[in-house]
Design a protein around this ligand. Structure first.
Ligand code: OMP
Length: 273
């Protein structure tokens, strides 16, 4: 998917919602456990209930890989099931020496056919560049993450006062462009999101941390908005586990709709739609 197509979807759906598909067999409704592929059935119900509200889905690979070959099968079926006009993010946080990264990229782009993959910048340019060689595919690069441990390395300052995440943001703009790279910026790091926007003006941010991790949509928009919206706000547990029992997908839809309506209001206020 191109950047223009993504912006078109945001306008059309009046939403910049990304739903995280992080299925946990201990949390999904019990009746699904009888199905041959409970994870796929769970995801399918969520996609059916929310596909008019979300502009992106983000399956986190950990929740599939832990089930071995069956998990990969569920992941592939899930990605194949997501409608073409919805942006897909394979949340795998990969990155390795060049030739290895190339095969990671083939896995997520050619085999799974995801639009994008999350990549860790730690190993530097040759670990990221192979992901950027695929037409209409995206790197979602970790810049400033939402977890507590983000401060351990990402906040380290060099002698001239530049923090590591700032260096990542500046340096990586020599590798990718706003057409094929986004940055992960956690919704729990509000004190820095404006700084990130200042360094990466035209880029989309994937913002996880709203919902279960306590981040605020309003603040994300206040500090992270750009002229093209520039935001994909993710919620995983806050949406996918909103419902219980046989009709769980009704409550899932309600939870997604609540966020989408807040987004629609913001887009209207910003005169974006
Ligand atoms: P919830 O906290 O359940 O909404 O899930 C957040 C999702 O975003 C999980 O799949 C995390 O792995 C992912 N995530 C973060 O929570 N923080 C980050 O800084 C980066 C990510 C990510 O790359 O998506």
């Amino acid at each position: 998917m191109t950047r223009g197509e993504l912006i078109e979807q945001i306008k059309k759906k009046r939403s910049f919602l990304c739903i995280g598909l992080d299925p946990d067999l201990n949390k999904i409704p019990e009746h699904l456990l009888k199905e041959e592929d409970p994870i796929f059935e769970f995801n399918k119900a969520i996609i059916d209930a929310t596909k008019d509200l979300a502009v992106a889905y983000k399956p986190n690979i950990a929740f599939y890989e832990c089930h071995g070959a069956r998990g990969w099968e569920s992941l592939k079926k899930t990605l194949d099931y997501i409608p073409e006009d919805i942006f897909t993010i394979a949340d795998a946080k990969r990155g390795d020496i060049g030739n290895t990264s190339r095969y990671y990229a083939e896995t997520f782009f050619n085999y799974l056919k995801a639009d994008s993959v999350t990549v860790a910048p730690y190993m530097g340019s040759d670990s990221v560049l192979p992901f950027l060689e695929f037409e209409n595919k995206w790197v979602v690069l970790l810049a400033l993450t939402s977890n507590e441990g983000a401060k351990d390395f990402q906040m380290i300052e060099s002698i001239d006062g530049e923090k590591l995440f700032q260096r990542v943001l500046k340096c990586s703009q020599e590798w990718g462009t706003p057409e094929n790279m986004m940055f992960v910026v956690g919704a729990t790091r509000m004190e820095h999101i404006a700084e990130v926007r200042h360094i990466a003006k035209d880029y989309f941010f994937l913002v996880p941390g709203v919902g279960a991790q306590g981040g605020s949509l309003e603040e994300v928009v206040r500090y992270g908005w750009n002229k093209d919206c520039g935001l994909l706000v993710n919620s995983s547990r806050g949406i996918i586990y909103a419902g219980k029992g046989a009709n769980f997908s009704n409550q899932v839809r309600e939870a997604a709709k609540k966020l989408q309506q807040e987004m629609a209001e913001i887009l209207r206020e910003k005169k974006f739609v």
